[in-house]
Write a protein that binds this ligand. Structure first.
Ligand code: SAM
Length: 350
């Protein structure tokens, strides 16, 4: 698969690089004054498995690259007491506020957490700014994607069920939104995004329908257009016809796959010997990147098999904690259906 080259900003403060694109009307510095925040908390996924895979030690220094509402961070802070620390990173300032709120009643935990409103693609620099040099960290956790808070918060545009503006940014300081892609990309580029990031087989039909219906203002309007373009299948599908296209747009808006590659490589370099990187991925595109990167970093020689003598100079930096991917239990899936697609992998620094 050839990756789509998208004009995505590397830094949240960079201007939108889409020709002539402007920020949609929803762009704001914060959502707090705009959006009712749901009361339901995000349930941390595979919590016991995460703590086991991280092998959390009292006094250890950990980085939570996807702080979200702080569910995993809270559990790590309990496990690394009395003096262990967590640096929680999130691209979304609202997530950091929410995580701080969660720990507000536990000063012992809150006092050992620091936070950074940043993209984990810069995890090495962000960690260095917080006193964690290369080779000094006991563990890094990635719990990818979006939180229930983001999915359920009005105005964010992540849910196809509401007439929210087409936004989908994790970081509102970034200028490009889903509306820019939906309303400004030409049909072929749009189809490529939908195919490559959503693995949507009907990508060309969907892109053609979107282009014909422009301008599109809201997430539910977009979902209706996508549904009308999809071939009718017999029986009832468990997933909404817009699911894959919405995934594709979210990945593109936030350059999620590029950030993951950058972040993982840097996370490994942050570890001290015996330190661990643990990743929970929620779809095959993410999981494939994690699996391949971990396998490569756990291998001495990465020469093509036909090369008779190794000349790559590569040496393994990690070992796989488990050969097989770890999945949530049936009981967890019953209690939290959003955990269904979770896939956990972990490596340990040599
Ligand atoms: C699944 S949620 C994490 C939930 C968290 N583990 C908890 O227990 O509450 C993912 C979070 O990662 C953030 N995020 C996604 N991609 C990011 C990136 N590249 N850099 C920083 N944060 C990111 C999202 O804003 C979201 O808050």
């Amino acid at each position: 698969m050839t990756p789509v080259t998208l004009p995505m900003p590397r830094s949240a403060t960079q201007r939108c690089a889409v020709a002539g694109a402007r920020t949609t009307a929803v762009a704001a510095n914060t959502y707090s004054e705009l959006a009712p925040v749901p009361e339901r908390r995000h349930i941390p996924v595979m919590l016991p498995e995460v703590l086991r895979a991280l092998d959390v030690k009292p006094g250890g220094a950990y980085v939570d690259a996807n702080l979200g509402e702080g569910g995993h961070t809270e559990a790590i802070l309990q496990a690394n007491a009395p003096d262990g620390t967590v640096l929680g990173i999130d691209a979304d300032a609202e997530a950091i506020t929410s995580a701080r709120g969660r720990l507000a009643g536990s000063p012992d935990l809150a006092g050992r957490m620091t936070t950074a409103n940043a993209n984990f693609r810069d995890i090495a620099d962000v960690s260095a700014d917080h006193g964690h040099a290369v080779g000094s960290v006991d563990g890094v956790l990635f719990d990818l994607g979006l939180s229930s808070l983001q999915l359920d918060t009005e105005q964010r545009g992540f849910s196809f069920r509401r007439p929210d503006p087409l936004d989908m940014r994790f970081d509102v300081r970034q200028s490009i939104t889903a509306g820019d892609i939906v309303n400004r990309y030409d049909r072929d580029d749009l189809a490529d995004v939908i195919y490559q990031y959503g693995e949507e087989r009907s990508s060309r039909r969907v892109a053609a329908a979107i282009v014909a219906a422009r301008p599109l203002q809201t997430a539910s309007q977009l979902a209706d257009v996508i549904a009308s373009a999809m071939p009718r299948r017999g029986g009832r599908s468990r997933i909404h016809p817009a699911t894959k296209t919405f995934q594709a747009l979210r990945i593109a808006v936030n350059d999620e796959l590029g950030a993951l590659e950058d972040g993982l490589n840097q996370a490994i370099s942050l570890l001290k010997p015996g330190g661990r990187v643990v990743v929970i991925a929620y779809h095959s595109l993410e999981d494939r990147i994690v699996k391949n990167l971990f396998r490569r970093e756990a291998t001495d020689c990465i020469c093509p098999p036909e090369r008779p003598i190794c000349d790559c100079g590569h040496t393994a930096s990690v070992t796989l904690v488990s050969r097989r991917v770890i999945k949530p239990s049936e009981a967890e899936i019953d209690g939290n259906p959003r955990s269904r697609s979770a896939r956990l992998r972990a490596v340990e620094r040599l």
